[in-house]
Design a protein around this ligand. Structure first.
Ligand SMILES: Cc1ncc(C[n+]2csc(CCOP(=O)(O)OP(=O)(O)O)c2C)c(N)n1
Length: 312
């Protein structure tokens, strides 16, 4: 299991490092928001989920899609805007989805995915399944009405749902001190009588807390909220020079690395040796490079297909 966490965190990082590179070369259209520094949360939470469980993600959602098991080749093709992508190259990064394995989609509207996850949780409950839905979002989204409405609805209906907030301290260019009157998002769950815990950016700690929340949801005991205190290494979007944040704060964030910390723990606990870590990194790099090369040789959709799948 620990090796699985490590491999998944490395896979998420490699995907995003590669994305940053190809985006900078102009190979990917649109905007790109990476979650480098935040890999522990998706790796840990999704380890409790299966293909019947649903997740909703955000503009910073690649890591969640990867951890939920998206096929990286087709995900990469989607981000390249190619026909072989999951949404025929039309969604790109901010609407990346694979409903077949419960990835209901990223969302460019802050907070927009949270009621969608509540809807999936309601469907799971209505159909008397033991499936759960996980809404993932940043602390910025907790100021949105959609968050509060979904919390209220989930609490009243005891929905099988987990609210997962990656609190990285920034919403675009605003520190949380200017848009959040509370220190922790857990205080917001109290108003809805939803149990909430706040954990640090350590994969095993998140796994344990998420396990409790997911088990509770599966047993029909209702929703929970999990806050992960983490750091966003890079800017809001790729290309953001982060002048509002300052070099020192950026260096401070980058000094905290959930992957490097976990590597040190794995070596200290004699779970893996340095050469095992190197092997995993090399294997994952090859897998991701293969996906990039696959996406490169895929085809762009034709203009004549533009109106297909459009409902008016
Ligand atoms: C409803 C809405 N308001 C504003 C925006 C512009 N916007 C895009 S991302 C963002 C900040 C989101 O911060 P947070 O939810 O903490 O997520 P993070 O970017 O830190 O992952 C804002 C305000 C938007 N996309 N949608």
């Amino acid at each position: 299991m620990l090796t699985g966490f490590y491999t998944m965190m490395v896979r998420i990082r490699k995907v995003e490092e590669n994305l940053m590179e190809v985006f900078s070369r102009g190979e990917i259209p649109g905007f790109l928001h990476v979650s480098i520094g935040q890999e522990a949360a998706p790796a840990a939470v999704c380890a409790h989920l299966n293909a019947n469980d649903c997740i909703s993600t955000t503009h910073r959602g690649h890591g969640w899609a990867v951890a939920k098991g998206i096929e990286i080749r087709r995900a990469m093709a989607e981000l390249f805007g190619k026909r072989e992508g999951f949404c025929l190259g039309r969604s790109g990064s901010m609407h990346l989805a694979d409903a077949g394995i419960g990835i209901m989609g990223a969302n460019g509207i802050v907070g927009g995915g949270i009621p969608i996850a509540a809807g999936a949780a309601f469907a799971a409950q209505y159909k008397k399944t033991d499936h759960v839905a996980v809404a993932t979002f940043g602390e910025g989204a907790t100021g949105e009405g959609a968050f509060h409405e979904a919390m209220n609805f989930a609490a009243i209906r005891r929905l099988p749902m987990v609210f997962v907030c990656e609190n990285n301290g920034w919403a675009e260019f605003s520190p949380k001190s200017v848009h959040m009157p509370v220190e922790s998002v857990t205080s917001r769950a109290l108003a809805y009588d939803i149990p909430a815990v706040s954990v640090s950016n350590k994969v095993v700690e998140i796994y344990e807390a998420a396990g409790e929340a997911v088990r509770r949801a599966r047993k029909g005991k209702g929703p929970s909220l999990l806050e992960i205190r983490c750091d966003r290494w890079y800017g809001h979007y790729v290309g953001d020079a982060q002048k509002y944040r300052g070099k020192e704060k950026v260096e401070e964030a980058m000094a905290k690395d959930c992957i490097a910390d976990f590597e040190a723990e794995l070596i200290k606990g004699k779970v893996l040796r340095r050469k095992d870590l190197d092997r995993i990194r090399a294997e994952v790099s090859a897998e991701v490079e293969d996906a990039v090369n696959f996406a490169r040789q895929c085809t762009y959709p034709d203009v004549s297909e533009m109106l297909e799948g459009l409902y008016v």
